[in-house]
Unconditional design. Structure first.
Length: 170
């Protein structure tokens, strides 16, 4: 019976590698975001030459939005890989982010919610800049969705704080 148990436990432990393609897929998504960022940067440069301040601000906010999403993808890819698959062996490389190897699943959830709130805030700001092209109902929905993200983020943080206080792993 011990051999059977050891066999199944070995399979379960090795199954973590099934997650590796997911994290690699996020890296590919970052490349896609880079292409999108390049297109948006070109739009910003064109806006500087021929458009008003309004278009420049919207283009800049779109660049910020894209950079936030790409950063979020990288955090999830690196943190998820290190938490669930294997440690990334770059040693003490000078460019290794300080948070690598220290971000747990709970921290990833909080970072995800924080990024979602930031992305939502940028989108809401873009909507308010374009206020003349949107109805009050559309603006209310966007503000409501942003508020849901904010409240969810706070509730995630409170839940983690409570779990940490009761001896939960963080």
């Amino acid at each position: 019976m011990k051999k059977t148990e050891a066999f199944f436990e070995s399979i379960m432990f090795r199954s973590r590698w099934l997650l590796a393609p997911f994290f690699f897929g996020l890296v590919i998504a970052i490349v896609a975001m880079l292409v999108k960022f390049g297109k948006q940067l070109m739009a910003l440069l064109m806006a500087i030459l021929g458009a008003g301040e309004h278009d420049v601000i919207l283009s800049a906010l779109t660049l910020i939005d894209t950079a936030l999403i790409a950063s979020l993808l990288l955090i999830i890819a690196l943190g998820g890989y290190e938490n669930f698959v294997s440690k990334i062996g770059v040693g003490d490389h000078e460019d290794r982010p300080a948070w690598m190897g220290k971000v747990g699943f709970s921290d990833l959830k909080i970072k995800l919610m924080g990024a979602m709130v930031a992305i939502s805030a940028v989108e809401l700001l873009k909507a308010f800049i374009n206020v003349d092209t949107m109805s009050n109902t559309q603006l209310a929905w966007r503000a409501g969705i942003h508020l849901v993200f904010v409240i969810s983020g706070v509730l995630f943080a409170v839940t983690d704080h409570i779990a940490e206080g009761k001896g939960g792993a963080h």
